[in-house]
Design a protein around this ligand. Sequence first.
Ligand code: GLY
Length: 377
Amino acid sequence: MQDPLIVTTSTASYPVVVEAGALTSLPGRLADLGLRGALWLVCDAAVAQAYGEPLAARLRAAGFTVHTHGVPSGEASKCADELWRLYDWMIGGAVERRDAVLALGGGVVGDLAGFAAASVLRGIAVVQLPTTLLSMVDAAVGGKTGVNHALGKNLIGAFHQPRLVLADTAALATLAPRELRAGWAEVVKHGVISDAGLFAELEELAAAHHWDERPLAGWPDQDAELALRLTAIIRRAVAVKVGVVSRDEREQGERITLNYGHTIGHAVEALIGYGALLHGEAVAIGMHAAARIAVAMGLCDEGLLERQRRLLAAYGLAVTMPHGLDPEAVIATTLRDKKVQARRVRWVLPTAIGSVTVRDDVPEDLVREAIALRADA
Ligand code: GLY
């Protein structure tokens, strides 16, 4: 068992545990944190049977009072109606300030349940229990919570740091192959923005395994070596996020680098409709476009673009823009990004594998060229 990673911000300090089987340690860890009130387990419907029910039983056996609530899978659940259902459930069940919300599932449940915890009774504790690769390496760490508004993603929310994050990598065994692929995009992103060694490890792992064809069924029991290697890589990717949010909790500076690939990615998601493309799939497209812009601006060479494209492809991620998207609409949508300042888009652009810069002087024509990809580009 490894020491947990620790997020330390000016407002909070909490452990982030990345381990196969980590969920079994939850009752003891909650007790260690002094969380002895009732537990409000919010669970993605897709993992309720496999992980939610056994977890609730384990917590009850350890003496906790556990209330459970299922949330339909998918981005559409990050909405005011689902949020109000959580309030009705908790307030109707006499939630108290010493209680804690447990968010079990992917980024949707983490953001939704996290925001309910941030706001009910002016804030109660939340513990993030990510079961998707994407939420393990990104969404569950760093305290961003919220729901979507009809005019844009994540426009209503709050920073609410969890008391604990437990990423049980064994849960990846039952993750749909497409969800796993989408998660790799954020792992690759962390390599590009700040860890060249992680990027190289991903290249080596890609050479040894074909992720697009070989989901992790039977894992980790049937392949202990792969389990260790993959868990170590995920932990390394999580460490990038832990470092960034510890240094810049409120996105005053460095945290914006986590937005690499998201400017175009969010625009593409918004234009083709949330859910048509998974978030990670859109981020892969966005990273490719951002790297093309960086090449055109002379910030990095073609080699980086090609290395990144090959790595994304090795994990089953396409980088071409979806058919039928109007490039002008994409450009207009980037201007509604939350990171826009004084009507200038702040682009995160790579300068080398492991290093990025932030620029607000990208000419629109370069963006136009970067997103006008042929299907084979
Ligand atoms: N997902 C980006 C961030 O947490 O800042």
